[in-house]
Ligand binder design. Structure first.
Ligand code: SAM
Ligand code: SF4
Ligand code: F3S
Length: 489
C-alpha cells in the first residue's frame, strides 16, 4: 500500500470541522482521554487532546468530569485488551445516564475486526470507533456524531502521514515527536504491523522544523519515536534534505537549545555503528539506548523472525559500551515463545548476564490473533511463569548492581516533579535515563523562594529544571540522592 500524505486541502477541510464542532459541542466543557500502550499512543492522545482543545474543550482529571471521553487502546498483549473491556464496563452507567456524553474508542485494538464486533454487540453505548490512522480526521468523525449519527464506526484502511495537527503536550519540558509510523518487520508474535500499517517516515524537513519550534518554546528534552527508528527514511525519496536516522539525529543534535535528545526503539538488525558513533559525538544525545533482545536463543530468534543472532546482538552491546562510556542499555524480552525449550531459555539467561542490561522489560508470550505465532502450541503456563520469575530475579539483581556502581557519583538530572511515593522527595532522570529520587535541603529551598511553598507548588515550580544530584543510595527500581551545588537551572 502506498503512503497517503494528508494534503493542505484535507487539512483545511478538517479545520472547518473543528470550527463547526465548536458550536455543536455546546454545553460540553471537558474531555478525558485514557491511553493504553506505548509512547506512540501517548503522542497520538496528545494530538487528539490538541484537536479537542482547538474545539474549545478543556482537559478533565477524570472521566466523570468530561463530556467527551476517548479510550486510546493497545493490542500488544491479551491483558491490554482485557483492560479496555473492563474500563468500558465501568463507564456504562455514566454514559447511559448522561445524554450529552460522547464515548469513543480508538487506537490499535480497533484495527482488529473481532474487537470492533465485540463493541458493536456488547457495548452499544459506544458512540465512536476509529483507528490509529484516522486521528487527522477525528474532527470529521466527531462531527458526524454531533449531527446525530448513531454509532459512527469508521476505521480507515490507508497508511497515512498527517502533519500540522494541534497538540496538547502532557509534560511541559519533554516533547514526544513521532518521526515514523508503522512497522515492516513482522516479528512473528507481534500485532503492530497489522495495527499500524507499513513504515512511513515523515519528511526530514518537517521533523526538524518541529524540533526547532520545540526548542524555541523551551522544551528541554525531545523523544524521537518510531517502532524501528533505524529504518527511518528508507521509504523516502533521496534528496538534498533527506537522509537516514543517523543524519536526522545529527541535524537534531545541532539545534540550539535542545538539551536532551532520546529515541525509541532501535531494532538490533538495523542499528549501525555510525548511529552509536553519533551518540558518542554529541553530548546532548542521551546516554541510553533501548535495544530489544526478545530471546538469547538463535533458533527462537529465527522463529520470531528477528533477523539477528545472539552473537550479533552482543557485538552491538560491546561496541556501544566501548564507544559511549556510561551508556545505559535497556531491553525487551519475551519468555515462553512457542517451542522455547529450557536450553533456549538458558541462552536468554546467559546473554542477560553477559550484556548486563541496566533494565529489562520482560513479558510472557501472548498469542495475538492474525500473527504468525497465533495458534502455535503454547508452552504450559507453569513453565512460563517459572521462567519469567527466574528471568526477573536475575535482571533485578543486575539492575541493582548497575545502580550500586553509581553511588558516590554526581549526575545532571532533569526534574520531573514530586516523587510518586514520598512527598518530600523530588524525582527526575539523568542522561542515561536512570530514575533518581532526591531531596533538597531547606536552605536551598529558601534560596529558590520555595521555603514557605507547599509541596505541590514546589513540584510544579521545579518541573523541567535541571540540577546536580549526588547519588547516595541504590535500589532496584530507582536511585536516591541529594541536590548539590545549591542551584537549579
Ligand atoms: N518495535 C519495538 C522493537 O522491536 O524493539 C517493540 C515494540 S513492542 C510495542 C514492545 C515489546 O512488546 C516488544 O519488544 C516485545 O518484547 C513485546 N511484545 C510484542 N508482542 C508481544 C506478544 N505477542 N507477547 C508478549 N510480548 C510481546
Ligand atoms: Fe513488533 Fe517487531 Fe515491529 Fe517491534 S519490530 S513493532 S516487535 S513487528
Ligand atoms: Fe500497543 Fe499499538 Fe503501541 S499495539 S504497544 S499501542 S503501537
Amino acid at each position: 500500500m502506498t503512503t497517503k500524505y494528508i494534503n493542505q486541502a484535507e487539512e483545511a477541510r478538517q479545520r472547518d470541522f473543528i470550527n463547526t464542532n465548536q458550536s455543536l459541542l455546546k454545553g460540553r466543557t471537558h474531555y478525558y482521554i485514557q491511553t493504553f500502550g506505548c509512547q506512540l499512543n501517548d503522542n497520538d492522545s496528545e494530538k487528539l487532546g490538541g484537536l479537542l482543545e482547538a474545539m474549545g474543550l478543556k482537559k478533565a482529571n477524570q472521566p466523570e468530569e468530561a463530556q467527551v471521553i476517548l479510550l486510546n487502546t493497545c493490542a500488544i498483549r491479551e491483558n491490554a485488551v482485557g483492560r479496555l473491556f473492563g474500563n468500558l464496563g465501568n463507564l456504562k452507567s455514566y454514559r447511559e445516564g448522561q445524554a450529552d456524553v460522547i464515548l469513543g474508542v480508538c487506537g490499535c485494538m480497533m484495527t482488529q475486526i473481532q474487537n470492533v464486533n465485540r463493541i458493536k454487540q456488547s457495548y452499544p453505548y459506544v458512540d465512536l470507533v476509529f483507528g490509529p490512522q484516522d486521528i487527522y480526521r477525528f474532527p470529521e468523525l466527531l462531527n458526524r456524531v454531533l449531527l446525530g449519527s448513531k454509532r459512527v464506526y469508521d476505521v480507515g484502511g490507508f497508511d497515512t502521514v498527517a502533519e500540522n495537527l494541534p497538540i496538547s503536550r502532557e509534560r511541559k519540558f519533554r516533547a514526544l515527536v513521532t518521526i515514523m509510523y508503522g512497522c515492516n518487520n513482522f516479528c512473528s508474535y507481534c500485532v503492530v504491523p497489522y495495527a499500524r500499517g507499513r513504515e512511513r517516515s515523515r519528511p526530514q524537513g518537517k521533523i526538524l522544523e518541529e524540533l526547532r519550534t520545540l526548542a524555541k518554546e523551551g522544551y528541554r528534552e525531545i523523544m524521537l519515536l518510531g517502532q524501528n527508528v533505524n529504518s527511518y527514511g528508507k521509504d523516502l525519496e533521496a534528496g538534498p534534505n533527506q537522509g537516514d536516522f543517523t543524519e536526522l539525529l545529527t541535524q537534531a543534535a545541532q539545534i540550539e537549545g535542545l538539551e536532551r535528545i532520546r529515541f525509541m526503539s532501535s531494532h538490533p538488525k538495523d542499528i549501525s555503528t555510525e548511529l552509536i558513533d553519533t551518540i558518542a559525538r554529541f553530548p546532548n544525545i542521551e546516554r541510553h539506548i533501548h535495544l530489544a533482545l526478545q530471546s538469547g536463543s538463535n533458533p527462537v530468534l529465527k522463529a520470531m523472525n528477528r533477523k539477528y543472532t545472539a552473537e550479533e546482538f552482543m557485538d552491538i552491546v560491546r561496541y556501544a559500551r566501548e564507544k559511549v562510556p556510561g551508556i545505559s542499555i535497556t531491553t525487551d524480552i519475551i519468555v515462553g515463545y512457542p517451542g522455547e525449550t529450557e536450553e533456549d531459555f538458558q541462552e536468554t539467561l546467559k546473554i542477560v548476564e553477559e550484556a548486563a542490561f541496566d533494565q529489562a522489560f520482560t513479558f510472557q508470550f501472548s498469542p495475538r490473533p492474525g500473527t504468525k505465532a497465533y495458534g502455535l502450541e503454547e508452552i504450559p503456563a507453569e513453565v512460563m511463569t517459572d521462567r519469567f520469575d527466574r528471568l526477573v530475579a536475575l535482571q533485578n539483581a543486575n539492575t541493582l548492581k548497575s545502580h550500586e556502581a553509581l553511588v558516590g557519583e554526581s549526575v545532571e538530572v532533569l526534574i520531573e516533579g514530586l516523587s510518586d511515593h514520598t512527598q518530600d522527595h523530588f524525582t527526575g532522570r539523568d542522561s542515561a535515563n536512570h530514575l533518581i529520587n532526591f531531596t533538597i535541603d531547606d536552605d536551598t529551598l529558601d534560596s529558590l523562594g520555595l521555603g514557605q511553598a507547599d509541596w505541590t507548588r514546589r513540584g510544579a515550580d521545579l518541573e523541567g529544571k535541571m540540577c546536580r544530584i549526588l547519588i547516595k543510595d541504590a535500589k532496584t527500581f530507582s536511585l536516591e540522592g541529594v541536590l548539590v551545588e545549591g542551584k537549579v537551572y
